[in-house]
Write a protein that binds this ligand. Structure first.
Ligand code: 5AD
Ligand code: SF4
Length: 435
């Protein structure tokens, strides 16, 4: 093993990037790197970037500019760009920012050790290929360190849906599923290291086909792992929500009653222009079927306002759909044109209108979220404790419905799964007492 070097990874964007950053750190561990939480003493800095919305590439360039002095003070410092901006911009990054030594796309992380070695030999290293092999298969096995009780596990990547606004099919490529046996062995390994809750990740996770029984089959197998108490998955497309997965929500106790099922808009005209391949009515019927299987399920979603061509009437249809669903949690965004996507070429809704619609939508979503949360008061729920709170003796965890729950208790440890009674609902969290 070579001498110890320090690695600083800054992660932007989605949970999949969080997972990828962990795996990159492990892969570079074999090169003698240990993680540090500041760029100041790092020998290598990696920005794991996101390209999903607004000016992502510009933010990366301005962040990179800030490393100029660090690099001047330490010429051996290597700077890398990973993630979706790396995939989208490729060589352009090195042309625009000569400080950068390494550019690596999300499908090439298993080549990091070789790429890093090339940078140390004084070369620039770039890899944005879409290879056939499973990158996780080639990444170093996870060291057997103790883990936090809740972990992410990527099971599927890429997307074949081509929603007209979205860069994912271009930056993450075609849909690929990891074989179920590999997912199972990674899950067992996580559980051995103290993990009690696993969130299966994929850009289109419910299109997972690495198991004969699809995602539902994988979930049923995972539920058989002793010590694994909770299973979640995200993100799903309505058209891939098949009967088996709906049934699993009713039957598999370890599958948590929370479903992130983005619809993006409530207007059929906009949904068609977005190339979503479903309409508002079919989405509402789907929610009904899911709730019939699991009545207490908390539904969450994503919305885009101000998509090209969206009129006030279209926007009202979105508000109506939101009212009909009663979401427990939602993310909403102003449409931002992504270079290379079909919608970017269309004529855009003006910024002021987008702002105004976003505010109206978010006010409605906030009030729904509050209603759903307030309803929890007086109920008994299970909480998996993940960290200590700021106040002395306070512990914080997540309920089955993914609410943040605060408890004041002496005898609770990180990793405990305990029954609590909710006593108060605050802006974004619940307070509870042990029962
Ligand atoms: N503009 C705004 N929001 C977007 N999303 C994806 N692409 C765009 C875009 N171009 C949102 C969608 C998706 C979430 C991850 O990000 O709502 O579900
Ligand atoms: Fe993007 Fe999701 Fe649509 Fe795929 S399904 S193109 S990831 S928004």
């Amino acid at each position: 093993m070579s001498e110890t070097r320090k690695l600083f990874i800054k992660t932007y964007g989605c949970q999949m990037n969080v997972y990828d950053s962990e795996r990159m750190a492990e892969a570079l561990g074999g090169q003698g790197y240990v993680e540090t939480d500041t760029p100041d003493d790092a020998d290598m800095i990696v920005l794991n970037t996101c390209h999903i919305r607004e000016k992502a590439a510009e933010k990366v360039y301005s962040e990179l500019g800030r490393f100029r002095e660090l690099k001047a003070a330490k010429p051996g410092l290597k700077i890398g760009v990973a993630g979706c901006v790396a995939q989208a911009e490729g060589e352009e990054i090195m042309r625009r920012q000569p400080l950068v030594d390494l550019v690596v796309g999300p499908q090439s992380y298993h080549k990091l050790p070789q790429l890093e070695a090339r940078t140390r030999a004084g070369e620039k290293a770039l890899d944005t290929d879409f290879p056939e092999e499973d990158k996780f298969d080639h990444l170093a096995a996870r060291p057997k360190a103790r883990r936090a009780p809740a972990a992410f596990l990527t099971v599927q990547e890429g997307c074949d849906k081509f929603c007209a606004f979205c860069v994912v099919p271009y930056t993450r490529g075609a849909e690929v599923s990891r074989p179920a046996e590999r997912v199972m062995s990674e899950a067992r390994d996580l559980v051995e290291r103290g993990v009690r809750e696993i969130t299966l990740l994929g850009q289109n996770v419910n299109a997972y086909h690495g198991h004969d029984g699809g995602l539902a089959g994988l979930i049923r197998d995972l539920a058989g792992i002793d010590g694994l108490e909770r299973i979640r998955f995200t993100t799903s497309h309505p058209n891939d929500m098949d009967d088996a997965l709906i049934a699993a929500h009713g039957e598999v106790e370890k599958l948590m009653p929370y479903l992130h099922l983005p619809v993006q808009s409530g207007s059929d005209k906009v949904l068609k222009a977005m190339n979503r391949k479903h309409d508002a009515e079919s989405y509402l019927r789907l929610i009904e079927r899911i709730r019939a299987a699991r009545p207490d399920i908390l539904i969450s979603g994503d919305f885009i306002v101000g998509f090209p061509g969206e009129t006030e009437e279209d926007f009202r249809a979105t508000m109506d759909l939101v009212s009909a669903v009663e979401y427990g949690q939602c993310y909403s965004f102003k449409y931002s044109p992504r270079p290379g996507t079909p919608a970017a070429e269309r004529s855009h809704v003006d910024e002021a209108t987008k702002d105004e619609r976003l505010q109206r939508l978010q006010a409605l979503l906030r009030s729904q979220q509050r209603v759903v949360q307030d309803r929890m008061v007086g109920q008994e729920v299970n909480v998996l404790f993940e960290r200590a709170g700021r106040a002395a003796g306070q512990m914080v965890g997540k309920s089955d419905h993914l609410h943040s729950v605060f408890v004041e208790a002496e005898d609770v440890a990180i990793g405990d799964l305990r029954r609590v009674r909710i006593v108060e609902s605050a802006a974004n969290s619940l307070r509870a007492e042990l029962v």
